[in-house]
Design a protein around this ligand. Structure first.
Ligand code: C5P
Length: 412
């Protein structure tokens, strides 16, 4: 395979024990036809010799901002790269990149480039879980940097935990995906998926409503991940696609705009009739004003007594009338006792999965670009998905759905 043929990839290697795995990554990138330019930090050379990369890569190792033939190597590297890959990325490199500090050729190149950047963290669990590192990762995700891993498993010194570099195969596959040259996953081809996204708005009067902080980002991430894997997707939503101005909805996604829980209930029930998978990521209001005013309420008339009534519980009614074989996923945005509240919802609503998150956790929940969730399945399995981009959370949950469908098909 030569899926990366002609692509110039700067392979940044920083100084962690996983640096030895960068040799394998370099070889795999070369096997895929890439033009690989290794950039090592000083720390990296404590773990792996530059001669190894010199022998394997397309160009010799570069390390210094000053003593190469090119007087401005970082801008040249940054401008000519199709992708900058950092594997392994240490806490130091991640921190410098997030803060915009360029203290060596690798960090200068990261800041100088406008090419897509893939960062593969690897470090001890304590470091990975430190709030400073978590914040830096969240900053990079918000800026569009692709984070791959880390995995959980054996670490240096015999410890176990999160922080292990992703496998060279996964890293090279991620680079191919980012450059849109990789094999497309099509494991949801032919499936019809309905996703709800955003917070509903329940009118008080023509200008005011009861709403919530849901941004719709997680719902759209599900829609785009499912569409990317071949599904035909309907998003029933209260918000336009969140993201940079002018962001367009991915192909394969049909958007149905609604405002209230009532409207969302009708549109979702309609779309869900024929759906294979229904993902209720919207934050639907539980209460609405019984009798919204026809004209704007005036301050001079005093504080209004607004009588509330329950909205239709869309998830529960979909659960009660679920067609055979349909997979129904509910969400639980909680502020305490996340696992217990989610388990109660799973039983009470007839869902196959509940995706639960603590909306008070750092960098997770409403409006953030990252999320961290527990996925409870109706057969008792519980999967924990650690802090990552909302797209990666969607990917992890849809992996479970696809495996579940395959399992059911095999039983039949
Ligand atoms: O019980 P709770 O409202 O917290 O459950 C959350 C889940 O139920 C979410 O998936 C949400 O989209 C859905 N929901 C609903 N209809 C409502 C309220 C919530 O479908 N009226």
């Amino acid at each position: 395979m030569t899926s990366l043929a002609g692509k110039r990839i700067v392979l940044g290697v920083s100084g962690g024990i996983a640096a030895y795995k960068a040799v394998e990554i370099c070889r795999r990138l070369m096997d895929e036809g890439a033009h690989v330019i290794p950039v090592l930090t000083k720390g990296a050379t404590r773990f792996v010799g530059r001669t190894t990369f010199d022998a394997l890569a397309s160009e010799r190792v570069q390390m210094s901002l000053f003593d190469e033939d090119d007087p401005i190597p970082h801008t040249t590297l940054g401008q000519t790269a199709d992708c900058v890959l950092v594997a392994p990325a240490t806490a130091r490199v991640i921190g410098a990149y997030a803060a915009g500090i360029s203290s060596d050729l690798l960090t200068a190149t990261l800041i100088a480039t406008r090419a897509p950047v893939v960062v593969c963290p690897a470090m001890h669990t304590e470091m990975w879980e430190h709030p400073a590192v978590a914040d830096n990762i969240a900053t990079l995700v918000e800026r569009g940097v692709h984070i791959v891993g880390p995995e959980s498993g054996r670490l240096a010194g015999g410890d176990e935990g999160a922080g292990r570099l992703s496998s060279p195969a996964d890293i090279v596959a991620a680079v191919s995906r980012v450059l849109d040259v990789g094999e497309k996953r099509s494991d949801m081809a032919g499936l019809s998926v309905v996703v709800t996204a955003g917070g509903t708005r329940e009118p008080i009067d023509p200008v005011r409503y009861i709403g919530n902080h849901s941004s719709g980002k997680q719902g759209y991430a599900f829609a785009e991940e499912a569409a990317g894997r071949g599904a035909s997707v309907t998003v029933v939503t209260t918000v336009d696609r969140p993201g940079p101005l002018g962001a367009t909805v991915a192909s394969g996604v049909t958007v149905v705009r609604v405002d209230t829980a009532e409207e969302m209930a009708a549109a979702t029930a309609d779309a869900a009739k024929e759906a294979d998978v229904v993902i209720m990521a919207a934050a639907v209001a539980d209460f609405r004003p019984v009798d919204p005013a026809g004209v704007k309420l005036k301050k001079r008339d005093g504080v209004p007594a607004i009588e509330l009534e329950p909205t239709p519980d869309i998830l529960a009614s979909l659960g009660a009338s679920k067609p055979e074989g349909q997979i129904l996923i509910g969400f639980a945005a909680e502020t305490c006792d996340v696992a217990d509240n989610a388990a109660a919802k799973l039983n009470g609503k007839g869902a196959d999965y509940i995706v639960a998150n603590d909306v008070t956790a750092e960098n997770a929940g409403f409006a953030h670009d990252t999320n961290e969730v527990l996925v409870l399945a109706s057969d008792g399995r519980v999967h924990s998905v650690g802090l990552r981009s909302k797209r990666q959370v969607a990917q992890a949950v849809l992996d479970l759905v696809v495996a579940d469908r395959d399992g059911r098909a095999n039983v039949r």
